[in-house]
Design a protein around this ligand. Structure first.
Ligand code: 5GP
Length: 199
């Protein structure tokens, strides 16, 4: 993917990253539930080939597609960036993101480390990256186990192993938030958002 294009979009991009179970999706969803913030921030909905979990809804957490459909989207250049995570594909739809930025909206995304890096390269002027840290590896393991109750144990173990490696990348981000207490972490994320969008 070319990473040198310059964009002059008025909207800002907020990439929330961090290991599986760090709480990044909950944080972004909660941020958008703030009535004032909801007027300026929208959440990007990724496409994935992973199976839908029982509590997930099509077009809310993700657009769930087959590997064939994902390849078709890539071929049609409808995916801005993508990653392969534990054997599944995840990608950011390009059209909706560009459309929202053009309208002056800010866009929030929950991406892995690769996605955060690519968006920062593609939109260096208007991308803010935030890394969410779990309180400890033990807590992270518990959260992953709870979330993936119907997922194969092998994948749960892989998520924990990957999380250990991902934690080392925290210092590459513009901001780091410790998610020990959701309300505190959300307060920090709100402050970052308001600070970065105050003009
Ligand atoms: P999960 O299966 O836990 O929903 O997601 C696995 C990982 O993929 C998470 O770190 C999540 O943030 C990341 N992810 C979700 N959608 C995308 C995407 O469109 N692009 C990239 N690069 N990562 C994504």
């Amino acid at each position: 993917m070319k990473a040198s294009r310059k964009h002059n979009n008025p909207g800002k991009i907020f990439v929330i990253s961090g290991p599986s179970g760090s709480g990044k999706t909950t944080l972004l969803t909660s941020l958008i539930q703030d009535k004032k913030i909801a007027k300026t921030l929208v959440k990007s909905c990724s496409v994935t080939t992973r199976k839908k979990r029982s509590r997930e809804t099509e077009a809310q957490e993700y657009f769930f597609v087959t590997p064939g459909e994902f390849k078709g989207l890539l071929k049609a250049k409808k995916i801005l960036e993508w990653t392969r995570y534990l054997g599944y594909y995840y990608g950011t739809p390009k059209g909706p993101l560009e459309e929202q930025l053009k309208r002056g909206k800010n866009v929030g995304l929950c991406l892995d480390l690769k996605g955060a890096r690519i968006l920062k390269k593609l939109y260096p002027q208007n991308t803010v990256t935030v890394f969410v840290l779990p309180p400890s590896l033990e807590v992270l393991k518990e959260r992953i186990q709870n979330r993936c109750r119907h997922t194969a144990q092998k994948e749960v173990t892989q998520r924990v192993q990957l999380a250990r490696r991902e934690l080392k990348a925290a210092d590459k981000f513009d901001y780091c938030i410790l998610n020990q207490k959701l309300a505190v972490a959300l307060g920090e994320l709100k402050n970052i958002y308001l600070q970065e969008t105050k003009n």
